[in-house]
Write a protein that binds this ligand. Sequence first.
Ligand code: CMP
Length: 138
Amino acid sequence: ANNRTFTMIKPDAVANGHIGAILDHITKAGFKIVALKYTSLSAEKAGEFYAVHAERGFFADLVSFMSSGPIVAAILEKDNAIEDFRKLIGATDPTKAEKGTIRNLFAKSIDANAVHGSDSDENAEIEGNFFFSAFERF
Ligand code: CMP
């Protein structure tokens, strides 16, 4: 079914000049951009976004990294969006990401892993709503 996922181009990929290349990969893979925003997360907002990971050992590093510089947030639409987007970006740990995936091409470490992708329809909805109002979706 045609559905939606949510992504962020993370501070590492933005700082390294990869916004254009990553959006190109995404649109060439057949994803339609429903919403798009260049913004940043305060530490508080990053903690709220990643609240499900609050008890994990990597939480403090994750929050500090995700609030370290600007990001690009987007809602994407495609048939089978969640699964196909996760395939396009590759494994969370870029050393394990398949060749040609966005993380294989642009990520440096498990924290600085270039992009985020929602893991379920439910989370895509929650994450999209975190950044975008109804008037910012097309
Ligand atoms: P993301 O998909 O944005 O969701 C949580 C992030 O935590 C993940 O990408 C990684 O960048 C980061 N992270 C750091 N260490 C780990 C880990 N051990 N397992 C999962 N995610 C991790």
